[in-house]
Design a protein around this ligand. Structure first.
Ligand code: ZN
Length: 480
């Protein structure tokens, strides 16, 4: 209702602002509107997290899912186990490029949050109506903790060390009494710190290789009459759920907590497509939809040839906007168990705050809208409102991806000698003009009207034109 200048850093001269008299009839579609940040693969300091929360609040996103423990680093101070941050915050180096490169930077990397910093951030978030949900990963993604306290593992390796590359690791917590004692102590401190009703216990990507070889794990499976290691994982999670429930809190975990049977009161955060979310809702467990790749903000948001390294994709703004978080196979009754949405920000390829902002915005605007607004989608309307909104993000100096105004060119495989070209642009009212000879297109160049074939000699160069003027950047794509 006010111009974007309301967000200016300094007073704006010569303004006469007024707000039209209006009735506001507005309420959120879902109670849970979340945004995640992985602070383990890369570490982000408290001032940046405050800015992150400010932006969430601006978009009516009310849950900050804080990923605090990983194979590659433990980030939360635990008073009873000081080694977790003294040692576990560090990895000796980090892989460069994708995990396939095999090349490392040779630089120690670390960072952690003290309990005082955490309390301060929780208060800051609460003032903005944002609840912080901490995530402490069990039973997998626990190598940083195990490197500090090897007795928590199955003990099959000579040496445990915080991971230096991305991926999944076989070294996981061994379900023995000393592990449960450790985890109960850790969750005691987590529960004391965080007032959130929901506590995220991870639960994803837990390889079973160590449990298969471990005499203790095998004896435990027999003793408890379990079928296999999947049921052992379910027993592990259910035991921790009982403990966390006894403190008056609820657990939420990734899809894999469905393996071997879901803990009785658990909520599911569905990331492996929609299947887990559907299954959980059908079993009348509450679900937050955070499916990969549709809500994964670490995926490319443009042409991988001209974007920085990302996890996969691309997952374009429009795909994110049009995703319906309530799968159609659910009955009306089951649909009620979908309590919300979340955008995931995994930071393998986001080493800096600037990169996080670039990847998260403006796609998070689309997820935020799906969390708040009625189910009906209106892409044209969204792009018009988003363009107005981007002016606000400019005032706030958010380093968002500016692909919105650029042509997005895709070349699809055809024959050895031909590829099929499709192009699109998000900005409303824009047309794409292009050339095939390498020259820069103008408003006089041909207008893109639909898919066409190109040969090996041709290079597609395109611009977006609106009202006779170029908006955005010149984009090109070569036959490869
Ligand atoms: Zn074991």
């Amino acid at each position: 209702m006010l111009p974007d200048a309301i967000f200016a850093k300094a007073p704006v001269k010569g303004t006469d602002w007024s707000v039209p008299a209006a009735d506001i009839d507005d309420a959120p579609r879902f109670p849970y509107r979340g945004m995640h940040l992985d602070c383990c693969l890369h570490f982000f300091d408290i001032p940046f997290l405050k800015r992150y929360i400010d932006l969430m609040a601006l978009h009516k996103v009310n849950r900050f899912h804080w990923h605090l423990t990983e194979d590659q680093g433990w980030r939360l101070e635990i008073k009873k186990y000081p080694l977790l941050t003294e040692k576990g915050q560090w990895r000796k180096e980090t892989v460069v490029g994708s995990l396939k490169s095999g090349i490392y930077d040779g630089k120690p990397y670390g960072g952690f949050y003290s309990q005082d910093e955490v309390r301060d951030l929780i208060e800051y978030a609460a003032e903005r109506h944002v609840t912080i949900i901490p995530e402490i990963e069990i039973p997998g993604h626990s190598l940083a903790a195990i490197s500090c306290y090897p007795e928590l593992s199955c003990g099959l390796e000579d040496h445990y060390e915080t991971a230096t590359r991305w991926g999944i690791f076989r070294q996981v917590y061994c379900p023995k009494e000393e592990t449960f004692k450790f985890l109960e102590d850790v969750f005691d401190e987590v529960i004391d710190l965080f007032p959130s009703e929901l506590i995220h216990i991870g639960g994803d990507e837990c390889p079973k290789a160590s449990w298969k070889k471990c005499p203790h794990c095998q004896a435990l499976i027999k003793k408890l009459g379990l079928k296999d290691e999947y049921e052992l994982q379910s027993w592990f999670i259910q035991r921790m759920e009982k403990y966390i429930n006894s403190k008056g809190r609820q657990i939420i975990g990734w899809d894999e907590i469905l393996e071997g049977g879901l803990a009785p009161n658990a909520k599911v955060m569905s990331w492996l497509g929609e299947e887990g979310g559907i299954k959980a809702a059908q079993q009348h467990h509450e679900v937050v939809m955070a499916p990969y790749p549709k809500y994964y903000l670490d995926y490319w948001q443009g042409d991988p040839d001209s974007e920085p390294l990302a996890m996969g994709g691309p997952t374009m703004l429009r795909t994110m906007y049009e995703y319906n978080p309530v799968p159609e196979v659910l009955t009306a009754e089951e649909s009620r168990y979908i309590i919300g949405v979340e955008g995931c920000v995994w930071t393998e390829y986001m080493p800096t705050p600037a990169r996080v902002e670039y990847m998260a915005w403006p796609r998070m605007c689309a997820i935020a809208e799906s969390g708040w607004s009625p189910a009906a989608k209106d892409w044209e309307g969204f792009t018009r409102r988003l363009e107005t909104h981007l002016a606000r993000l400019d005032r706030l100096e958010v380093g968002y991806c500016r692909n919105f105004w650029d042509p997005f060119i895709e070349m699809h495989p055809d024959t050895e000698y031909s590829k099929v070209v499709t192009m699109s642009v998000d900005a409303p009212g824009a047309e794409i003009h292009y050339t095939l000879d390498g020259s820069t297109p103008t408003a006089a160049s041909p207008v893109y009207e639909g898919p066409f074939a190109v040969n090996r000699q041709q290079k597609v160069t395109a611009v977006s034109i609106r009202d006779g003027k170029q908006i955005g950047n010149v984009k090109y794509k070569e036959f490869r």
